[in-house]
Design a protein around this ligand. Structure first.
Ligand SMILES: N[C@@H](CCC(=O)N[C@@H](CS)C(=O)NCC(=O)O)C(=O)O
Length: 257
């Protein structure tokens, strides 16, 4: 009998890509919370499967050849699970290329640009003395998200899903459009994107994944001491190579699986 896939997860857009995918593929999984505000992404056990100290990551105990395998990077995880399940990642080369174009577009553009837009709009103003200094960075990234939403909107004109059939590309992109308000966007300006957004939101597997993430977040917030917020900002926004060196030193004592 297949053993559950361990999902190293926190309820953010990158985390939700994987839980949506697992729900859609009906694969058994167990959540291993990685509280990124508390610094769990630097723990040696996590770093040995995710050397970039970012979640999500997975361990599939029934990997290739029946041996456990770990995978980090959400795009690589989606491709791995697509190959494993044979679902939502077509085998035909022409269709696969189309899925990969939009999957890589998400991991290289929509995700990072939205992440920076959200950072400069929502977090940075609380961290700097003079918020006026943020104006250029805010405009740069919010404009870029606006452009990317325009790209999505054009792509989805006359199409239900990004690569024709519903695929891992949609599962990757949708979580990054979910909180469009926090990137100052109005979906009424993007009718095809809006229709796709609603279509995705109504999928039972998507709803289950979002509900599980919300339950985990509610539990973490209820247990979070009040000083945690300032500490989380230091952990999340003050990282340099030295942070990786320190964590890697601790992790190097443990053999990779
Ligand atoms: N390229 C990575 C990005 C993952 C990523 O940025 N994860 C964020 C949460 S959305 C994280 O783990 N942040 C921890 C930190 O910033 O220290 C992927 O697609 O998996």
């Amino acid at each position: 009998m297949a053993r559950p896939i361990e999902v190293f997860f926190w309820p953010t857009p990158n985390g939700h890509k994987i839980t949506i995918d697992l729900e859609e593929m009906m694969l058994d999984y167990v959540l291993r919370p990685v509280n990124i505000g508390a610094g769990d992404q630097f723990k040696p056990d996590f770093m040995r499967i995710s050397p970039n100290n970012r979640m999500p990551a997975i361990i599939d105990p029934d990997g290739p050849g029946g041996e456990a395998v770990s995978v980090f990077e959400s795009g690589a995880i989606l491709q791995y699970l697509g190959r494993k399940s044979g679902k939502f990642y077509p085998a035909g080369e022409r269709q696969r290329v189309e899925v990969e174009e939009w999957l890589f577009w998400q991991v290289a553009s929509l995700g990072p640009m939205s992440g920076q837009a959200g950072h400069f709009k929502n977090y940075a103003p609380k961290l700097v003395d003079d918020p006026a200094k943020l104006e250029y960075a805010q405009r740069r990234y919010l404009n870029e998200v606006n452009r990317l939403y325009g790209v999505l909107n054009h792509r989805l004109a006359g199409r239900e899903y990004l690569a024709g059939e519903y695929s891992i590309a949609d599962m990757a992109a949708w979580p990054w459009t979910r909180n469009y308000v926090s990137y100052d966007q109005n979906l009424d300006a993007f009718p095809h994107l809006k229709a796709w957004h609603e279509r995705m939101k109504e999928r039972p597997a998507v709803r289950r994944a979002i509900d599980k993430g919300a339950a985990l977040r509610a539990k973490a917030l209820a247990e979070q001491p009040p000083e945690e917020l300032a500490r989380a900002a230091r952990i999340l926004f003050g990282q340099t190579a030295a942070s990786v060196d320190d964590a890697a030193k601790q992790a190097s004592a443990i053999k990779p699986i």
